[in-house]
Ligand binder design. Structure first.
Ligand SMILES: [Ca+2]
Ligand SMILES: [Ca+2]
Length: 212
């Protein structure tokens, strides 16, 4: 019913403003359009990111217990009658956290790789450039409206633990404190539910990484 009202409102808007509806193009339906991760099992998945984007593709994510899992996100945009919308611009599609914003290095948004294809489909494949960690879930937005489908249960960890956009000794100090005081998600850089020497490797390899 809501989709029908949206289409009706859109047609009335075009009529009042003298805009041919077919010239504007089909309107994405936030109820029928769906974003999913390649991993079909229970979440969350956790991806190692860095400020310079060298953390890895989404396909290199792990489960919360450290098992490799593909977090590649596929979005299919459909109109109100369930038809795919091809060539929908990537600039009008983005990801942000549902409750608290992810702090990206150079943008307020994390866009997919391309416009939608003939099947109305596009993907997020590369990891983002991010300041600090993010504990999911996240939602996909199309034309500024969040999709109705369940959130993508994806969290991000980052050797830039304090979220200032560079990995340096300040982050090492926080990591050392977490290592000795108990579990903190922000320092579980090799996600498996514990903080130990395996988490030192991504911290060390990320040293010097910064937002460009
Ligand atoms: Ca930092
Ligand atoms: Ca760990």
């Amino acid at each position: 019913m809501r989709s029908f009202k949206m289409v009706l409102f859109f047609l009335m808007y075009c009529l009042l403003h003298g805009i041919p509806a077919q010239a504007v193009g089909p309107v994405p339906d936030p109820f029928l359009s769906v974003a999913t991760m390649a991993h079909q099992g229970p979440g969350p998945l956790i991806l190692l990111t860095t400020p310079d984007g060298t953390g890895g593709d989404l396909s290199t994510a792990l489960t919360a217990s450290g098992i490799p899992a593909d977090a590649t996100i596929t979005l299919v945009i459909l109109d109100s009658v369930g038809m795919p919308i091809p060539n929908f611009p990537w600039q009008d599609i983005w990801i942000q956290k549902s409750t608290n914003p992810i702090t990206f290095c150079n943008s307020n948004y994390w866009h997919p790789e391309s416009h939608t294809d003939i099947n109305g489909m596009t993907r997020w494949i590369l990891g983002p450039t991010v300041k600090g960690f993010h504990e999911g879930p996240i939602r996909v937005f199309v034309n500024g409206e969040a999709l109705f489908s369940p959130s993508v249960d994806l969290s991000l960890v980052n050797p830039d633990i304090n979220g200032d956009g560079v990995v340096n000794l300040s982050d090492v100090a926080l990591f050392a404190a977490d290592l000795h005081s108990g579990y903190q998600f922000r320092s579980d850089l090799h996600p498996d539910g514990v903080i130990n020497l395996s988490d030192v490797i991504p911290l060390a390899s990320g040293m010097g990484s910064r937002c460009n």
